[in-house]
Ligand binder design. Structure first.
Ligand code: GLC
Length: 818
């Protein structure tokens, strides 16, 4: 058996297996009361640069200053810390301005210029304060652990005080209410077909949450890959606890005070999503499964003939030969390369599914290679891990082994050579029919830090899609890969987009999906979507249309459905609804430059894409429980309609001024607004002062080059900032500054409005001019100056009370005067 670098884990894996067996054989014997051990009084401390070690004589706690606003705490019950390794956190080398330790009579204070970590001497309780001494987060009990391995593990616990009106957010894809307060959660990646509201565990593990109390926010990232649990004042209204079935009690305290700061700082630890290829932001059509080739072509032709934009078509498992990954069913797809080329000529990208289960078949090259090289997972008694999935009897690559990842990445060569543009990773919780997943004793390389499945389970899917992403990146040369995964762990956003798994065609699931997407976005996984229409079951026309409307503002927009459901394309519900679906998919394409800019703001500047209203007004407790209204970026507010028959919606608009996107009526925020929502519309609002770039309608991204860039500019009587981003759309040239980031400042008063533009970057777009549509002017314009020169065009209002100004793309300042 392999020797672990981690003596505790090796020992416990054996104990775990033995104790599991004991329970099976004799469920009564061996159950002793749970004995928890707590830290006691601090007896000494040692400093090593930005690491501070505190001891109570038996156990040690490390407090590490990561940045001015991030402090990490680790517990070593036997005073031996595990080796530094994390799949989530890329680097601990951040900038710290100043830090120091104060030895006070009652406590030690590790301070930066923003936050203090206070370690109370007499009981080792730890708290975090801002620089004014306000306690933001504190231990209710000292950190503790359970050594009684009769219970199959080595549990580590932290327990914090919960404030009276504290609200909680985060934790990834949970299907419960947005505010996590009053609930308890478990993280253990699970294939949760047709999951229900509040059901858990689900597909992903993101042990990161944020608290908001009295207008102040902070975050806790519990970087532990074992099964972990969180209790947000469910058991006891004073208490938040988090614990794991093994591994180290290690968490990062992330300072706010704004929830946006916390999310952005979480991204500095775990990374952001790569800039996706722009086509990945278009509409994607999926189905289990489109086959044979003729069916795929029919679907594609329908999109084009019916003028419904679409960028990608998916091939689900039936494209393979007997569900063997990296093969083709030649009966259905005799010449994949030709088919994919023909689709590409018509503007469609082909995305294929790849699952982790490799069919046990001595005549199958992937199985043979994996077996010869020892790439498949083994049980603790050295037998191969076997289980049944779609192909039948399977073995499973150990994606936590870097060699396996490199091998796997290379296997995509033939698919890439055939023209496949993106890869969809599924069943990677990992899912096994019958058993659910792997047994706990399966051994994993864990990048050299060996561990059992208890430690590797929650990262398995992330490492699979990492192998996929890295492989595609190499094979596709300078093209940005597109990958999508079902399972993941914190940091998975560096490698893939995600979808929320096998949802259901019901109104309740549309509501759940809206919450899941906002939650994922706040939890560091911004490029996310639901199966539009619901995977299982049958949506009626209204539900499908409302889901498409919401889908326009899902970062990832894909319709997908199970094989046993009726046809489910945007035209499947009759002409009235086809028109509505066309209008909204078209809206996605019109807003594409804005959507792309928001992705850049995420990738480069760490902002989330979807933002619940608590991110707009965290000091207003009214927003803490609003979960069906959100903003996409910070300019567009969306209130999807989620009830059958509803034709209006009450929309809380945050403070400031907002425009109805459709009518251009201006509305004062800071209260509820009763918005019209006929079936062919949906409430959308734009913040006053926004500059929203728009594209002419295209049937797919890049269908034609534009001669002129369009902007909708919304008047405001306060100063407002916007930006617009563009680049080559699918290459990495932006990393060499081949991009443009344009910043706008808009400001108006009763008789004038100015728009200024500044430009950064080296990209040269083809167009020379702008078509600016100015909305909401409270005066009749008589003169416009562009960089000091009087503009000679027509200044009359159009039917939507807009004034159009054509300008050169390099203008610096435009003044509009009454
Ligand atoms: C899983 C996936 C689903 C896919 C199906 C067949 O259920 O979640 O999206 O269509 O497997 O591959």
């Amino acid at each position: 058996m392999e020797v672990s670098k981690d003596p505790i884990i090796t020992e416990l894996d054996i104990n775990d297996l033995e104790s599991d067996m004991q329970h099976v054989n004799n469920p009564v014997v061996g159950l002793e009361p749970i004995v928890k051990k707590y830290l006691s009084a601090v007896t000494e401390y040692v400093q090593d640069r930005n690491n501070f070690y505190f001891s109570d004589g038996n156990s040690k706690v490390e407090v590490r200053v990561i940045s001015d606003q991030i402090i990490r705490v680790r517990l070593a019950p036997q005073s031996v810390f595990l080796e530094e390794f994390s799949y989530a956190v890329e680097s601990l080398e951040h900038k710290v301005t100043v830090f120091k330790l104060e030895d006070e009579p009652e406590s030690y204070r590790v301070e930066t210029n923003s936050v203090a970590c206070v370690i109370r001497k007499h009981d080792f309780k730890i708290s975090f304060e801002d620089i004014n001494g306000k306690v933001i987060n504190e231990d209710l009990e000292p950190m503790h652990w359970e050594e009684n391995t009769d219970f199959g593990g080595y549990y580590v616990y932290a327990t914090k005080r919960c404030q009276l009106s504290e609200a909680f957010y985060g934790l990834g894809d949970k299907s419960s209410d947005l505010n996590l307060r009053g609930d308890r959660f478990v993280n253990w990646n699970t294939d949760a077909y047709s999951f229900g509201k509040g059901q858990q565990p689900l597909y992903r593990t993101v042990p990161f949450y944020m608290g908001v109390n009295e207008g102040v926010s902070y975050g806790i990232f519990f970087d532990n890959t074992f099964k972990s649990q969180f209790d947000f004042a469910q058991e006891d209204s004073n208490k938040i606890s988090f614990w794991a079935d093994g591994g180290e009690l290690q968490y990062y305290y992330i300072h706010g005070p704004h929830i946006m700061d916390v999310v952005k700082r979480y991204h500095t630890l775990t990374g952001t999503h790569q800039m996706p290829p722009k086509w990945a932001l278009g509409f994607h059509q999926c189905r289990w499964s489109y086959f044979p080739e003729k069916k795929v072509k029919d679907i594609a032709r329908n999109f084009r003939e019916r003028k419904i934009p679409c960028d990608a078509i998916y091939l689900d498992i039936d494209y393979m030969d007997g569900y063997r990954c990296f093969t083709w069913n030649r009966k259905y797809f005799p010449d994949p390369q030709r088919m994919i080329k023909e689709l590409a000529d018509d503007g469609f990208k082909t995305v294929v599914i790849i699952d982790p289960g490799i069919r046990v078949d001595e005549n199958y090259s992937v199985f043979k290679e994996g077996k010869q090289n020892n790439y498949f997972c083994r049980r603790c008694d050295d037998y191969f891990m076997e289980g049944h999935v779609w192909p039948g009897r399977c073995q499973f690559p150990d994606f936590t082994n870097p060699k396996v990842r490199t091998w796997w990445g290379g296997l995509f060569k033939e698919l890439v050579d055939a023209g496949v543009a993106g890869v969809w990773n599924d069943m990677n919780e990992p899912a096994v029919f019958g058993a659910g997943t792997f047994p706990n004793d399966v051994r994993h390389n864990y990048d050299g830090f060996h561990g059992s499945h208890r430690k590797a389970h929650n990262v398995y899917g992330m490492q699979m899609v990492r192998a996929t992403y890295d492989g595609l990146k190499k094979l596709q040369k300078n093209k940005r890969p597109f990958t999508i995964t079902r399972a993941g762990y914190s940091g998975v956003q560096r490698y893939a987009s995600v979808w929320t798994g096998d949802n259901v065609a019901s109104w309740e699931h549309l509501q759940i999906g809206i919450v899941q997407l906002q939650r994922l976005s706040m939890s560091g996984i911004p490029f996310c979507g639901t199966d539009i229409g619901g995977f299982s079951g049958e949506p009626d026309a209204e539900l499908f249309a409302r889901w498409i409307q919401m889908g326009v503002f899902s970062p990832f927009m894909r319709a997908h459905s199970a094989g046993d459901t009726a046809e489910r394309e945007p035209w499947s519900f009759g002409s009235e609804f086809e028109e509505i679906n066309r209008k909204f998919i078209g809206l996605r394409y019109r807003l594409m430059p804005y959507i792309y800019s928001v992705f850049w703001e995420h990738h480069k500047h760490n902002f989330p894409i979807l933002r619940p209203l608590v991110m707009q007004e965290q000091e207003n407790t009214h927003t803490h429980n609003i979960q069906d209204i959100f903003t996409f970026g910070d300019k567009i507010l969306v209130a999807p309609v989620t009830d059958p028959g509803a034709r209006h919606k009450n929309v809380y608009l945050p403070k400031g001024k907002w425009y109805n996107y459709w009518t251009h009526d201006m509305i004062d925020g800071g209260g509820e607004h009763y918005a019209d929502a006929p079936i062919d519309s949906m409430p959308i609002f734009v913040k006053a002062g926004s500059v929203i770039p728009e594209s002419p309608l295209m049937q797919y991204v890049g269908e034609f080059e534009i001669d002129e860039l369009m902007f909708q500019i919304y008047y405001s009587d306060y100063e407002a900032n916007s930006f617009y981003y563009e680049d080559h759309d699918d290459t990495f040239a932006f990393e060499q500054d081949i991009y443009l980031e344009k910043k706008y400042v808009v400001k108006g008063d009763v008789s004038s409005m100015t728009i200024t533009q500044s430009i950064e970057g080296l990209f040269t777009p083809r167009y020379e001019t702008y078509d600016l549509k100015i909305i909401g002017l409270p005066f009749t314009p008589t003169k416009v100056y562009i960089d000091g020169r009087e503009y000679s065009g027509d200044l009359s209002f159009d039917e939507l009370r807009r004034v159009r100004v054509k300008s050169n793309k390099n203008f610096k300042r435009i003044e509009i005067l009454a």
